[in-house]
Design a protein around this ligand. Sequence first.
Ligand SMILES: [Zn+2]
Length: 258
Amino acid sequence: MTISLEELARYTDSLLETKSTPDYPNAVNGVQMHNQAAIRKVAAAVDFSTRAIQGAISIGANLLLVHHGMFWGGLEPITGSHYGRVRMLIEADIAVYASHLPLDRHPTLGNNALLAKELGLQPSAPFARFENTFTGLCGESDIETEAIIKSARGFAQTYGGDVRTSLVQPDRRTRKWAICTGAGASTDTLREAAAMGVDTLIVGEGPHWTAIHGEENDLVIIYAGHYATETLGVCALAQHLSTKFDLPWSFVSAPTGL
Ligand SMILES: [Zn+2]
């Protein structure tokens, strides 16, 4: 089956509450690049990149669904590799739809909800405030922190990554955890974690100083990879659209090493 880009975008914008979800200016959520033909196949990728476009072309997709979109790096002239990517899209008649925070925070298709599920953690409250919304999740547990690290490592390795952690004391247990995928370890999330009594914070990545902060504040930070922790949302969204509109889809693997 095929569907017009307009109809697919209208449905997706509404599903993800795209218009009402705040985000960073460079996210530009929604349709970022138009095409001409009706959508016949979807390629899902974490990042908009040359590899992602090549992947979409190789599987015959004409919609590229991404988490970090075409304008993630900010305003730049359409020259060099940026020109190369735009040209490839136009020549292959591929549209681009991006969803950043709307996809991070979605209760069933979101990166945070799906990562919690993947790690066997049951969320009970929101976490990681951003303006008038929350992108992450937190919950209670009583398990060895090492057990969460082991699951996170298995998960990260599936996507070509690995897990790093701040210092973990032997036999330590996790009683309150929080998840914020991607660049989740920040001044704001660490402050929020402290206020909520979180003892284990699972993120994609974070600055070096956050590991010291963790060690000195009885907070274990599990860095499971920016790329890996943000693979789940785009795949779940593509799967959802595939079922809804009877469109084939594929994941384009393009790990960044981070
Ligand atoms: Zn991200």
